[in-house]
Design a protein around this ligand. Structure first.
Ligand SMILES: [Zn+2]
Length: 216
C-alpha cells in the first residue's frame, strides 16, 4: 500500500504579542519544515552590500512597508527552494489581500492559522515589556519581573521601555493589523482554509492546542 503524505503548508496570522513567531517555529520544528519569516528575509537582505540590500535597508529604517511586488517576489523565490518540498510555515506573509491573492496562485492549498488575542491582552503583553539598556535583557512587569522593581537582575541598570512598546504605539499597530487582516480572514474562511486558535493561554498550551486542531 502506498501512503501519500499531504504537504504541510501553513501560514500564521496574529497580532503583535500573540506569540505568532514562537508558534510558527514550534510547528516548523515539529514537522521539520522551514519557518519562513518575511521579517527575517528582509533583515538578512538589508544587511548585504548590494544595491538592492541598501534600498531595502532604507525602507526598513524609515519604518515603511516593503512594496508588495518586491515582497511577493522574495517569498516566491524562497518557496521555490528545495527545503520546502514537504512544506513550510509562513510568518509575516501575506499581510494584505494583494499578497494573499498572489500566494493563492503559487500555493493554492495553504492553510491559514489565526492566533486570536484581544487588543486588551496584546497591549498588556507588550506594554509590560522592559529592556535593560546595558545588557539588553528583556523583562515583563507581570510575566517575568526583575527581582527588584525596574532594575536589571544582571547588572543593576535601570530598566527602560522601548518607544515601540508604549500603549499608544501598540494601539496604532493593532488598528493597522485589524484593518489589513480582517479581509484575509474572510478570504481564507471562504476557501475553507482557516483555523482559529486562542492565543491567550501559555505558549506550550497553545502549541498543544495547535497540534490537536491540525491533527498532528
Ligand atoms: Zn542588564
Amino acid at each position: 500500500m502506498i501512503i501519500t503524505m499531504g504537504k504541510y503548508e501553513y501560514l500564521i496570522l496574529g497580532p503583535q504579542g500573540s506569540g505568532k513567531g514562537t508558534q510558527a517555529q514550534a510547528l516548523a520544528n515539529l514537522l521539520r519544515i522551514p519557518h519562513i519569516s518575511t521579517g527575517d528575509i528582509f533583515r538578512q537582505l538589508a544587511g548585504q552590500q548590494s544595491e538592492f540590500g541598501q534600498e531595502l535597508d532604507k525602507i526598513l529604517k524609515t519604518g515603511q512597508l516593503v512594496p508588495d511586488d518586491i515582497t511577493n517576489k522574495l517569498v516566491a523565490n524562497r518557496l521555490a527552494e528545495s527545503d520546502t518540498n514537504s512544506g513550510f510555515v509562513l510568518d509575516g506573509f501575506p499581510r494584505n489581500m494583494k499578497q494573499a491573492e498572489f500566494l493563492a496562485k503559487i500555493k493554492p492549498d495553504v492553510l491559514a492559522i489565526y492566533l486570536e488575542l484581544s487588543d486588551e491582552e496584546a497591549v498588556k503583553r507588550i506594554s509590560g515589556r522592559r529592556v535593560c539598556p546595558n545588557c539588553q535583557a528583556v523583562y515583563h512587569l507581570q510575566y517575568n519581573p526583575p527581582r527588584v522593581d525596574e532594575v536589571c537582575n544582571i547588572d543593576g541598570a535601570h530598566l527602560l521601555q522601548r518607544t515601540d512598546d508604549t500603549k499608544e504605539a501598540v494601539l496604532v499597530r493593532l488598528a493597522n493589523f485589524h484593518q489589513q487582516t480582517e479581509p484575509l480572514l474572510d478570504f481564507y474562511h471562504q476557501r475553507g482554509k482557516l483555523k482559529r486558535i486562542d492565543g491567550a493561554p501559555p505558549i506550550d498550551v497553545v502549541t498543544a492546542n495547535l497540534r490537536a486542531i491540525l491533527g498532528l
